[in-house]
Design a protein around this ligand. Structure first.
Ligand code: ADP
Ligand code: MG
Length: 410
């Protein structure tokens, strides 16, 4: 669904009170607290997380808020100000993953899946009997849904973060991300990697988060754009091409097939220096040209993440621009997950003087990011909007990505 939020302006400045009040109207009592978890953009490292590789997301100021109160009768009641259908009531003991390919149970599957994952891991108090933990939850989000900005991870992570604190579970943020990924993979049925949930749970203000998706080591990399007179624009194309869901699983399968053929655990294990030899070997092994292009994307993309970190560490933020644009070309030509709208953003923005640009997120629509001099931001935005008009596309939503905090209590 489309929440109809204006992603550029409404970022919950007065959110907690409003969300608590809405909770009271829905459930007839006060919440125990209000929590927030952000959406994200990925600076670099696309489709690398499920290859055990590197990613570098940053959290957006846009958040999913949850007003929550605990229950001790094993009942879970969820309500969203952004989704029709009223309160969804479930019994924690009855939660079970939906059949693959079947009805995923609508939006409530995301918070229900988190509760299921907590119970599966033996973390929910009183699991089993009538006195099992439950909760009442009301959500309100300013993260645009289906825009490649991870509204689903924000919804999951805010749920897990609230229950973690309400039940004193002591779960660390990275583990919260893993439980949320488990919920999305096994309960909702989406084969996503670990990036989105980690970004929402672990990002910090003023930083991009470097994550090694294999061993889950992290580093907060200072990314203070304003101090350098730079801006990172998010361009939400507001399109989502249908191909997307099937293509994600297809790309993932191609990567796994290639890793198996090479006898490595994941494509992360192919060193950049051995890329040409590896591609030649894959051809010898009978691997088709498309699969070889997928491999080239993953291996070069991991290298681009390292390059971006090197340049940021050297204090040379402007020089990451061409790396971002090279990443886009790789997504477009080798991984083949771009689309006309995303390509148009990148071409137009770069032609109008941007330092670099790329699609971000799963692809086939959603959002792109554009790195620009602050002084050029307006002109570049205008060029992109005009190009969309000239091409007959709906106007994109453009707003600055300010590196923001991860999940927290408000
Ligand atoms: P993305 O994560 O890129 O925004 P997804 O398709 O992964 O896109 O997740 C979007 C889905 O998450 C929505 O269709 C809806 O089911 C659920 N969702 C996200 N935010 C909310 C919300 N505030 N209220 C209800 N459902 C939500
Ligand atoms: Mg998602």
């Amino acid at each position: 669904h489309d929440t109809g939020h204006d992603a550029g302006h409404d970022t919950h400045e007065h959110g907690p009170e409003r969300t608590a009040e809405a909770f009271r109207e829905v459930f007839g009592h006060a919440p125990a607290g209000v929590w927030a978890a952000p959406g994200r953009v990925n600076l670099i490292g696309e489709h690398t997380d499920y290859n055990d590789g590197f990613v570098m997301p940053l959290a957006l100021p846009h958040t999913c808020l949850a007003a929550v109160s605990p229950r001790s009768d094993g009942v879970l009641r969820v309500h969203s100000g952004d989704a029709p259908g009223g309160v969804v009531e479930l019994r924690v003991a009855d939660l079970a993953p939906f059949e693959a390919g079947g009805d995923r149970g609508g939006w409530a599957a995301y918070p229900a899946g988190v509760v299921w994952a907590l119970a599966e891991a033996g973390l929910l108090p009183g699991s089993g009997g009538d006195r099992t933990a439950g909760a009442d939850l009301h959500f309100e989000s300013t993260v645009p849904t289906g825009a490649g900005l991870s509204s689903s991870a924000a919804l999951e992570v805010v749920t897990a973060t609230a229950l973690n604190e309400l039940y004193g579970l002591g779960i660390a943020p990275q583990r919260i991300a893993q439980l949320c990924q488990r919920a999305e993979n096994a309960f909702v049925g989406v084969p996503c990697g670990i990036m989105d949930q980690t970004a929402s749970a672990c990002c910090t203000e003023g930083h991009a988060l470097f994550l090694d998706a294999r061993d889950l080591t992290q580093r907060q990399v200072p990314f203070d754009l304003a101090a350098e007179g730079l801006r990172l624009l998010v361009v939400d194309t507001q399109v989502k091409h249908e191909l997307g869901d099937g293509a994600y699983a297809n790309r993932r399968a191609a990567c796994e097939t290639a890793a198996r053929a090479l006898g490595v655990r994941a494509l992360r294990d192919v060193p950049f220096e051995e890329l040409d030899a590896t591609l030649a070997e894959l051809e010898r092994l009978g691997c088709d040209a498309a699969t070889r292009r997928r491999v080239r994307h993953v291996v070069t993309e991991d290298r681009r993440v390292e390059e971006v970190i090197e340049r940021l560490d050297a204090g040379d933020t402007r020089s990451i621009g061409p790396v971002l644009t090279a990443g886009h070309a790789s997504c477009r030509d080798d991984f083949e997950i771009s689309c006309a709208e995303l390509d148009l953003v990148v071409e137009t923005a770069n032609a109008a003087g941007a330092l670099g640009a790329r699609m971000t997120g799963g692809g086939f629509g959603g959002s792109a990011i554009v790195l620009v001099e602050e002084a050029d931001a307006e002109a570049v935005s205008k060029s992109v909007t005009e190009a969309f008009g000239a091409a007959g596309h709906r106007a994109p939503r453009i707003f600055p990505a300010v590196p923001s905090a991860g999940a927290r209590r408000l």
